[in-house]
Write a protein that binds this ligand. Structure first.
Ligand SMILES: *Cc1c(COP(=O)(O)O)cnc(C)c1O
Length: 367
């Protein structure tokens, strides 16, 4: 049995009439750029998250960059972010003129470790970008407390955690502003690139909208960029949004079954969810022994897996100039060698799950 890592086509087939209708309507109206499909989705997504504003943009990397520009980042300003994430979380800091300051992650949740933030703050620090990695919220209260006390902004990177909750609060509503990605494989995914900014700060939202649309149409008050969600993607996202809750429940069910199946495999540690949080399982990431050999064996058995991410960010060539050593980020460094993302998607069958775990068991039995 070949087990894919995700199955986007299965999701399309499950709501084919709605998607096809959405696409046909946009084409019939030639509403490709801006227009009602984009503004409808912005309104719907803001309401779903529970924030007053959603500013759509071309992807979930632009949204981080645009937000930092909107928050007035200046050359040399320092921004603290997680040492283990997708590179969008850090590359946008440099793009916006800032300096990246990496913070180690928590050993159990893989999210930024709030206990290590304070020591990284200098007079140049302006903000913190916690990442709700794999679908689990970062430990927001201590982060928000530090930010309040030190006068820093907080951008939540919610690209992997649509609708996850921290102490009953939905991600994207706790910080100064938040960034979402609708990359096809994300929990709410378009059929191309898409992203957005979410915030309750109307002035910030207005500035980001202006900046993302060439500084204002017909009245260029500032120089901006071109970062738009297109009408087709907006209509597709509006068709998918009503299904997000059910898909998230399905992800949780698949995860709960994995948790159960893996209980008998001592070499594999299932994801640990902190008491005060809900996990929406964008990825199901286990920590395991002999990771590389296990991954090769699973590939041979037809089970697709991924490494998210094979290295913590400070150890990629792009950050070699920072001169970091493994001891600077002990948890992120240890995790990069043992994490493995195994297949999880809402449409996954229990046969696919059992076959995946059987292959894992077979690997360790063989020793
Ligand atoms: C996917 C992702 C992004 C950005 O997404 P794009 O839409 O692909 O630009 C940012 N941060 C994290 C943590 C992500 O996983």
């Amino acid at each position: 049995m070949n087990i894919p890592f995700v199955d986007l086509h299965a999701q399309y087939l499950s709501i084919k009439p709605q998607i096809d209708r959405a696409i046909a309507t946009v084409i019939a109206e030639s509403a490709f750029i801006r227009g009602r499909f984009v503004s409808d989705f912005e309104r719907e997504f803001a309401a779903a998250v529970g924030a007053s504003r959603c500013v759509s943009c071309a992807n979930g990397t632009d949204s981080l960059y645009i937000l930092m520009r909107g928050l007035g980042i200046k050359p040399g300003d320092e921004v603290i972010t997680s040492a283990h994430s997708w590179i969008s979380s850090s590359e946008t800091i440099s793009q916006a003129g800032g300096r990246v300051v990496f913070c180690d992650t928590d050993d159990r949740t893989y999210t930024i470790d709030p206990k290590r933030i304070e020591a990284l703050i200098t007079p140049r620090t302006v903000g913190i970008i916690p990442v709700h990695l794999y679908g689990q919220p970062a430990d927001m209260d201590p982060i928000l407390e530090i930010a309040r006390r030190r006068g820093l902004w907080v951008i939540e990177d919610c690209a992997q955690a649509h609708m996850a909750q921290y102490k009953g609060r939905v991600v994207g509503t706790m910080g100064t502003a938040a960034s979402f990605s609708f990359y096809p494989g994300k929990n709410l995914g378009a059929m191309g690139d898409a992203g957005c900014i979410v915030t309750n700060d109307n002035k910030l939202a207005d500035w980001c909208e202006l900046f993302a649309r060439h500084g204002g149409k017909g009245d260029h008050r500032i120089e901006g960029v071109n970062s738009r969600l297109d009408g087709l993607q907006a209509a597709i996202l509006s068709a998918k949004l009503p299904h997000l809750a059910a898909w998230t429940d399905a992800r949780r069910r698949v995860a709960a079954k994995y948790d159960e199946l893996l209980r008998g495999v001592p070499q594999v540690r299932a994801p640990i969810v902190a008491q005060d949080r809900t996990h929406v399982y964008h990825l199901y990431v286990v920590a395991c022994e002999s990771r590389d050999a296990l991954q090769a064996q699973l590939a041979a058995a037809g089970v697709s897996t991924m490494l998210n991410y094979p290295k913590a960010l400070p150890f990629y060539p792009a950050y070699a100039h920072l001169g970091h050593r493994p001891a600077d980020f002990p948890n992120a460094f240890a995790n990069q060698g043992r994490i493995l993302s195994i297949p999880l998607f809402p449409e996954m069958t229990s046969e696919q799950q059992s076959a995946t775990v059987d292959s894992i068991r077979a690997f360790y039995r063989r020793g």
